[in-house]
Write a protein that binds this ligand. Structure first.
Ligand SMILES: Cc1ncc(COP(=O)(O)O)c(C=O)c1O
Length: 366
């Protein structure tokens, strides 16, 4: 197979325009050309996050963005409430624990989402520095109800900060960061942003910036105040992934040309098609009905087919890469990314290939 079609939940396929932009000649990151690039990216990405705050660009994967969110707002001894709906919720909480936070968990079984009523109840029992939530939980394919969660966090006495992992949602799912009073938002280039891995985008509310100035956790590379000071001059404190920023510029151009509303509608439509197609083929969805992520679908396999058989057959015979499960769901589910550079034809081809792969596997088993 010459070229594989990558349908894992990140990294996602690159549009030709992005691939071309990635090969542009290098420029100095202390030049006017670079300042124009960074400044433009900040202004253009803000509406997609629903914020008027600066968007900072860190040369790091999504986990680096999550670590930056934690080490700028959480310090040893802080009490933190983790709303964990899976593997990535556990990771966010794990970072906070590593910085010495006392983490309380409100966990949901795989496929369920956070219950805002339970969050309100827990917040009324103690005072927390921050609440951590994953928007699209990539390990189970659920979309947590950020609006409802933000409402109960806003109503809590001693209001905690609300930190959102939007790594696999933003760029495909709209967010009203400022209206909802979300305090820290993190996303990453290799998901709906159609850019290779290596850029984390982070935005902070005024309250989060205030907290950052008093937060004593050690940090250097991920010192967001330093990033903001530099960003005011159109720069980054350290040498940035210049090519990735060019790639992102091209990707934003495509998203703007399509229109962000149409981008989000396309994701909803294609996600529904993937789910319907999988159910017709005998899969059952991990996500509870009504809470499915528009960017990633996780599904239990039809009887008699193992996850590793399907992923291997799809790659070998159809040139399509999909993902398996993580942690407790390893070997039990498949996960499909349908975000960024994807259209109707890709979904048709994907579902047909899965159908054929299932037939081949069953044939081999007989
Ligand atoms: C929801 C979520 N959070 C965090 C991460 C971690 O990002 P990275 O692998 O870029 O460090 C991922 C990656 O899949 C993710 O889907």
């Amino acid at each position: 197979m010459d070229q594989l079609e990558v349908r894992v939940p990140g990294p996602t396929p690159l549009p030709p325009q992005v691939r071309q932009a990635l090969s542009r000649p290098m420029v100095s990151h202390r030049s006017q050309a670079f300042r124009d690039l960074l400044h433009g990216l900040d202004l253009r990405i803000r509406p997609m996050l629903g914020t008027q705050q600066e968007v900072l660009f860190l040369t790091a994967s999504g986990t680096g963005g999550l670590e930056a969110a934690i080490c700028n707002t959480i310090e040893a001894g802080d009490r933190v409430l983790s709303l964990s709906t899976g593997y990535f919720g556990e990771r966010f909480a794990g970072i906070a624990a590593r910085y010495g936070a006392k983490v309380d968990y409100l966990r949901a079984r795989p496929g369920a989402t956070v219950d805002a009523g339970a969050v309100a109840a827990r917040l009324s029992t103690a005072s927390f520095r921050a609440v951590l939530v994953t928007h699209s939980e990539t390990s189970t394919g659920v979309l947590n109800p950020v609006g409802e969660i933000a409402r109960v966090v806003n109503e809590a006495s001693n209001r905690p900060l609300l930190l959102l992992d939007g790594v696999s949602s933003l760029g495909a799912v709209p967010l009203a960061m400022d209206t909802l009073n979300v305090d820290v938002v993190v996303t990453a280039s290799q998901k709906a942003w159609m850019t290779p891995p290596g850029l984390a985008m982070v935005a902070l509310s005024d309250r989060a910036w205030e907290r950052a100035s008093g937060c004593t956790s050690p940090r250097y590379y991920f010192d967001l105040a330093a990033a903001r000071d530099s960003a005011l001059r159109g720069e980054t404190p350290w040498t940035p992934g210049v090519s990735l920023l060019y790639g992102l510029e091209a990707a934003l151009g495509l998203m703007e040309a399509e229109g962000f509303e149409r981008v989000t509608a396309r994701h909803l439509r294609l996600a529904a098609r993937v789910r319907e197609g999988l159910v017709q083929l005998g899969f059952s969805l991990v996500a509870a009905p009504g809470f499915e992520s528009p960017t990633v679908t996780a599904a239990y396999l039809p009887a008699g087919v193992e996850a590793h058989q399907l992923t291997a057959c799809l790659e070998r015979d159809f040139g399509i890469q999909i993902a398996g499960g993580q942690a407790d769901l390893k070997g039990r589910i498949i996960r499909i990314g349908h975000m960024g550079y994807i259209g109707e034809d890709n979904v048709t081809n994907l579902l047909r290939s899965i159908e054929s792969a299932l037939a081949l596997i069953r044939e081999e088993v007989r």
